[in-house]
Ligand binder design. Structure first.
Ligand SMILES: [Zn+2]
Length: 84
């Protein structure tokens, strides 16, 4: 009699990149424009990481800000603006 070997491939497709933004992270921050002094609420993108550094234009005077965002462990965003 023939022995039957079930040559089954153990296909492991359990790998999923389950990467959701943390709901506890701030999505907005109140800042003051270093150029014109206006107080503005900017929108943050928590999906961009816990330390961010980018350039954004002031919506009042249209001058560029160098925006630095740092998320604290409790989800609070520490935002610093520099004159770009
Ligand atoms: Zn401004």
């Amino acid at each position: 009699m023939n022995d039957r070997y079930d040559d089954e491939d153990a296909i492991d497709e359990g790998y999923e990149a389950d990467r959701e933004p943390n709901d506890d992270l701030d999505t907005e921050a109140d800042v003051t424009c270093p150029w014109c002094g206006e107080g503005i609420t900017i929108t943050l993108d928590p999906g961009g990481g816990t330390a961010q550094d980018y350039v954004e234009d002031c919506e009042v005077c249209c001058r560029p800000w160098r925006v630095k965002v740092h998320y604290e462990e409790d989800g609070h965003a520490e935002v610093t603006l520099d004159e770009g």
